[in-house]
Design a protein around this ligand. Structure first.
Ligand code: PEP
Ligand code: MG
Length: 590
């Protein structure tokens, strides 16, 4: 690694969201426009580099002057003034000085130094609360891109671009950025925003990409190419690691690999407690690409298939039609057969992409048009999805599950649509499973409170703790500012889980948990003790949860859960469950 001799080691603490260790230089990805290649410049070539910068500025300025002149003839003065403002940006001596200084200090190529300066400036602007000033970022982006395009890029160089293996540093990433990452190049990522329960974090865990979030101001402060270790176990980002830190991490990596191999060897063992309680241990997926990982994990089918990633893509206007969906669902059903795949119907809105552009932003998207509400408002789209799932059910074992149920009428309306779809397929002689099971996600406190009523209408419950927690304690699941208050062991949360399981038992239906709580080894004793029968977790978490289940006794977990239900503080409940976990499988905590 470079620079090791010149810099002291720096450790930045973030929030670990996906375990693993990555060792590579940093690549900083900024919002707005893409980064140019970055490379080092020898001391003796610095003057030439500064000249390249000046030439690029001059070229951009003359382009702008030309545009301005043309516009002045064609249109109103106002439009040509926009470009006058762009020219003024390029004449700002303070800015030019900063770039020249950055070239000298960073010893990086002129376009990258310019990009880094502009990116920091833009980031600072984006954080200004004033909407008028925030709007102006578009102009700065525009002029920055123009300058970048006007560099002569044909120079020879030792190029260190994102084509090399790197750790990605970004302000934020959306789930599709994460899903489409090239695992051979992006060894890990770190972001300023995000939380443990964001879909980006969930996908990172599922794909096994080490990740840290919540690194304040990191995009502004961290320089591209900085040698780095990303520790997804503890949330440490170590810049300019010393030789001894590097050696320590190499040893940790080896130890983790040995532990992983030992867990993988349990793949075919039953997920049954020591006293014989069988738990269905299934996997959560959002992408077909995760199917090999599901198979490798030994999970019993798929307890949650999030269809948002198939249906909603930022760059696409139309949703996949019934045939395209049938093909995808059939692939999954066949891949996990004879086990079950639970297809969750579209859960758009809230923290996920909207199904259609909204005329104006919702004041409170988490309490707005999301989940089953959207599907029921758009029956034609909903029916396409239901028919596709039904058609796939002829090729494997498929169940349907409705997200964000808040009351009985939604479940009834959704089931009525399933019935209509069945009638339509029957008329066309298209085969499907007539006994297909339907379930309700329990992720709104109102649904948990009326679980006794809902249990009469559905075949199973799957508790979506990611949302259930946020709605119960009024803490946005993706807001790092209140992450401290997001407590899975809050007494209210565990009472709602208990209530749901009991209501299910009364009606003879099973209850599972498919939220991230199910994948936390410290909480496994609590969920088992509360009587949960299925745990659906990311494929990477299956082996450790299997080991946890096999180490525990259901009777002991039940006694602990009874105590937990009497406790008043989240911290006390957390201690009860994590102590039991630690005493039964200390090795999983290493
Ligand atoms: C949940 O809310 O716990 C859940 C599983 O659904 P999602 O995370 O997709 O909202
Ligand atoms: Mg949810």
């Amino acid at each position: 690694m470079q620079h090791q001799d010149k810099h002291a080691e720096i450790i930045i603490q973030g929030l670990p969201v996906s375990p693993g260790i990555a060792i590579a230089p940093i690549h900083v990805s900024a919002r707005g426009f893409s980064a140019p290649d970055v490379y080092e410049v020898d001391e003796k070539n610095l003057p030439a580099e500064k000249q390249r910068f000046q030439d690029a500025i001059d070229r951009a300025k003359s382009e702008l002057a030309e545009i301005q002149e043309r516009l002045a003839q064609l249109s109103t003065e106002e439009e040509s003034r926009i470009f006058e403002a762009h020219i003024m940006v390029l004449e700002d001596q303070a800015l030019l000085n900063r770039v020249n200084l950055a070239i000298a200090e960073r010893r990086q190529n002129a376009e990258y130094a310019f990009y880094a300066v502009m990116q920091n400036f833009l980031e600072a602007m984006r954080r200004i609360p004033d909407p008028y000033l925030r709007e102006r970022t578009a102009d700065i982006e525009d002029v920055s891109e123009r300058v970048l395009n006007s560099f002569n890029t044909s120079v020879t160089r030792k190029n260190i671009s994102p084509d090399d293996r790197h750790i990605l540093m970004a302000y934020d990433l959306n789930p599709s950025d994460t899903a489409s990452m090239d695992r051979n190049l992006v060894l890990g990522f770190a972001t300023e925003m995000g939380s443990v329960n964001s879909h980006t974090a969930i996908i990172a865990r599922s794909l096994g990409i080490p990740a840290i979030v919540g690194l304040e101001e990191a995009v502004i402060d961290i320089k591209a190419l900085t040698p780095c270790i990303l520790d997804g176990y503890t949330g440490k980002l170590i810049l300019y690691p010393t030789e001894s830190t590097l050696n320590t991490y190499k040893l940790i990596e080896q130890k983790k690999l040995r532990a992983k191999n030992a867990l993988d060897s349990l793949r075919d063992e039953a997920a049954t407690t020591r006293d014989g309680r069988a738990i269905t241990l299934s996997a959560n997926i959002g992408l077909l690409e995760e199917l090999p990982a599901v198979k490798k994990s030994g999970a019993t089918g798929i307890g949650l298939y999030r269809t948002e990633f198939l249906l909603l893509k930022e760059e696409q206007d139309d949703l996949p039609d019934e045939n395209e969906q049938t093909e995808a669902y059939t692939k999954i059903a066949q891949a996990v057969a004879p086990n079950l795949v639970i297809i969750r119907t579209l859960d758009s809105g809230g923290d996920k992409l909207p199904m259609e552009p909204l005329s104006e932003p919702e004041p409170n998207p988490f309490l707005g048009w999301r989940g089953i509400r959207v599907s029921l408002d758009r029956p034609l789209i909903f029916k396409n999805q239901i028919r596709a799932a039904l058609r796939a059910s002829a090729h494997g074992k498929v169940a349907l599950m409705f997200p964000l149920v808040s009351g009985l009428s939604e479940v009834r309306a959704a089931k009525e649509i399933v019935k209509q779809c069945m009638d339509e397929l029957t008329k066309k002689n298209i085969p499907f499973d007539e006994n297909i099971q339907t379930g309700a996600m329990i992720e709104v406190p109102s649904a948990a409170m009326i679980a006794d009523i809902l249990a009469k209408e559905v075949d199973f419950f799957s508790i979506g703790t990611n949302d259930l927690i946020q709605y119960t304690v009024a803490v946005d699941r993706v807001n790092p500012y209140v992450a401290e208050l997001y407590r899975p062991t809050h007494p209210a949360v565990i009472r709602l889980i208990h209530r749901t399981v009991n209501a299910g038992n009364q009606e003879g239906i099973w209850t599972g948990v498919c939220g991230e709580m199910a994948g936390d080894i410290k909480l496994t004793p609590l969920l088992i003790g509360l009587g949960v029968e299925e745990l659906s977790v990311g494929p990477q978490q299956v082996p450790s949860i299997r080991k946890a289940i096999r180490s525990l006794s259901h009777a002991q977990c039940s006694v602990m859960a009874d105590d937990a239900l009497k406790a008043s503080l989240s911290a006390d409940i957390f201690k009860l469950t994590s102590d039991l976990a630690y005493s039964h499988y200390p090795d999983l905590f290493e």
